[in-house]
Design a protein around this ligand. Structure first.
Ligand SMILES: Cc1cc2nc3c(=O)[nH]c(=O)nc-3n(C[C@H](O)[C@H](O)[C@H](O)COP(=O)(O)OP(=O)(O)OC[C@H]3O[C@@H](n4cnc5c(N)ncnc54)[C@H](O)[C@@H]3O)c2cc1C
Length: 584
């Protein structure tokens, strides 16, 4: 007999574990989340928070979304992505990033009711944790996961209470390993992984210093400093990242992973900061310093019977593109409703298998993208004449050659401009963030072909109601004339159908089906004199089906199924579809 029992045990209170606990608690599912440390994130690692993640927070409630914005640095201050010789030194170029270029800003605004922002992990984790605990999740800090055993009814997990030094067991129906990139859960499961760990070395230096004079006129999250042959250890390119404008910072400085990790003491970190800022007298208030490795690895399967992995446990990659925490949170949004429906007896266990089917392609995509982005920075080094050269004096001369009055220098200036502009694939890849389309039994296409991407799918989000895609956001108007996003009319742990005039029969059928299957299914009617109006015609342009058809949306905003027109027997049709989706 185990010491404690719960329905879902989650290992880790990072973005993945925290959001899963918060979502499960919001859905009324008993869960427990544990962390081996006594508190949450101690360093502000993740920060770029994309629109899709904000949609998950919005789904958790207006209070959660509002609190995130309250703590975040707003998008307007994120975008002057600078490349320079030092903060005080010459600027080499910059690119408008994170949806702040007017063209990109328009695409962002059209895509979502939510705004991209910069929310350090030290604020995100407490928000998710508080939401989870206040809605009923049980939490145990200073509790270390040691091992688990599963059988056909559940999982027995052995933990160490670090306060008493005693081991104890927790019995749960499901176990979620959200235990980060060194995941013990994944290791013990022996899940298959593709790629390798430790492909590069990095150190993080978190400090306070007022740098307003160098940055306030070109507000950005990221300042990239090129210092070939810098007289401190490292690979010659550093990142000065804003944590709080403009007095709290995190420097990321690479080291040769084939050498032992450097000793990041106060003297060394002060030297790195002075060098990158370009102020030999700079005084910093060091908060913390640590080393970490760049990884290039993802799990090609994320489930073993009753145990799942998510977040960095499943996808391990560098911070480029700011995808780690975002993807971790979106993993949780995919799994939580499925666990809830299976635990509530509303779906068969087969539904849980769709988690890995749907999220592994995303893991692969983001690990590949993040590592590719690092490689693409090489174009800038190349344009500056730094590749294949090791003499710092020659490197400096090569960089400066671009100011000369000759054809070669003009060519070099063009190459640098293009190389910097090409970094849009790292700093403004809206499609990577928003184009996730799922394929699994929890999506029924009825043979409809996926629409081709008309533009570069990494750069541009392309809305569609093709089953598997996320429901397009458009603004509708309720009876009081208030603006409501389509995403506000679905989600929150429930299935939702969208139809229009002529589709009224879906409503009765949905009610009968919901009673039969004991599920929540709401139908939203859109059109003139309907509960929601489409005054702008944006919904008519987005829906890709006839007015009387139906778009069926899952609790995670992804489309499960669509039908062009009303059918003779809507109940029979809905029963057919739900039987497959829910593995009934
Ligand atoms: C410098 C830097 C910048 C980054 N910037 C961004 C960004 O801008 N945007 C973005 O989206 N991502 C970014 N990331 C990535 C992001 O930090 C990670 O992807 C994210 O933290 C992963 O969340 P997670 O919940 O999966 O794992 P983690 O945050 O690693 O959390 C793991 C949790 O498991 C707990 N744990 C581990 N083992 C055990 C055990 N045995 N027993 C009990 N508890 C355990 C840990 O204590 C922790 O609570 C950045 C990372 C770095 C290093």
């Amino acid at each position: 007999m185990a010491d404690i029992s719960t329905d879902v045990l989650i290992i880790g209170t990072g973005p993945a574990g925290g959001v899963t606990a918060a979502l499960l608690a919001s859905y009324g599912i008993k869960n427990m989340v544990i962390n081996r440390h006594s508190w949450l994130a101690s360093t502000p690692r993740a920060h770029i928070t994309n629109q899709r993640t904000m949609e998950v927070l919005r789904d958790l409630g207006e209070d959660v979304e509002d609190e995130a914005y309250m703590h975040a640095t707003e998008q307007d201050l994120m975008g002057e992505n600078v490349f320079c010789k030092s903060l005080a030194g010459e600027e080499l170029g910059r690119m408008k990033s994170w949806g702040t270029h007017p063209l990109s800003a328009a695409e962002h605004e059209l895509s979502s009711p939510c705004l991209m922002n910069d929310l350090p992990q030290t604020f995100m984790e407490p928000l998710l944790f508080k939401t989870a605990c206040s809605r009923g999740a049980d939490a145990r800090m200073s509790t270390e996961y040691l091992s688990h055993e599963q059988d056909s009814d559940g999982v027995t997990t052995t933990c160490l209470d670090k306060l008493t030094g005693k081991e104890f067991t927790i019995r749960s129906k499901y176990l979620v390993g959200a235990d980060g990139s060194n995941s013990l859960v994944a290791k013990q499961l022996g899940l298959p992984f593709v790629g390798e760990m430790g492909v590069g070395g990095s150190m993080s230096i978190h400090f306070k210093a007022d740098l307003s004079q160098y940055v306030a006129h070109r507000p950005s999250v990221l300042y990239w400093v090129m210092q070939p042959g810098a007289d401190i250890g490292g690979i010659g390119m550093g990142l000065v990242r804003m944590v709080r404008p403009w007095n709290e910072w995190l420097i990321v400085w690479g080291y040769d992973v084939n050498e032992p990790a450097p000793n990041v003491d106060e003297e060394m970190t002060t030297q790195v900061a002075r060098q990158l800022v370009g102020d030999p007298e700079l005084e910093i208030e060091l908060i913390s310093a640590s080393t970490w490795t760049v990884n290039n690895m993802y799990a090609s399967h994320m489930q073993a019977k009753r145990v799942f992995i998510m977040g960095d446990a499943a996808h391990r990659h560098p911070p480029s593109n700011g995808l780690g925490s975002n993807t971790s949170i979106q993993d949780g949004f995919n799994l939580a409703w499925k666990l809830a429906m299976v635990l509530n007896g509303q779906a068969g266990a087969g539904l849980l298998e769709t988690y890995s089917e749907e999220r592994v392609p995303v893991a692969k995509q983001i690990v590949t993208r993040a590592n590719q982005s690092i490689g693409e920075t090489g174009k800038i080094f190349d344009a500056l004449g730094l590749l294949g050269e090791s003499d710092p004096v020659k490197m400096q001369a090569n960089m400066d050659a671009r100011v000369e009055k000759n054809r070669a220098a003009e060519k070099q200036r063009n190459a640098l401009r293009e190389a910097i502009a090409f970094k849009k694939y790292e700093f403004d890849a809206h499609g990577v963030e928003m184009n996730q389309r799922y394929s699994s039994a929890a999506v029924q296409t009825d043979g409809q072909q996926q629409p081709l991407f008309k533009l570069d799918k990494e750069m541009h989000y392309q809305p569609t109601t093709w089953p598997g895609a996320r429901l397009p956001h458009v603004w509708l108007f309720d009876g009081a004339g208030q603006k409501r996003s389509t995403l506000d009319l679905c989600g929150r742990g429930k299935f939702t159908g969208f139809t229009g005039i002529g589709g009224e029969d879906w409503v009765l059928a949905a009610k009968q089906l919901a009673d039969q299957l004991n599920i929540d299914l709401t139908i939203q009617l859109i059109g003139p004199q309907q509960p929601y109006s489409d005054y702008t015609g944006d919904w008519a342009r987005a829906k890709e089906i006839g007015d009387s058809g139906l778009i069926l949306v899952r609790p995670d905003h992804h489309i499960a199924w669509r039908k062009d027109q009303i059918v003779d027997n809507p109940l029979e049709e809905l029963t057919r579809v739900f039987t497959k989706i829910l593995d009934r």
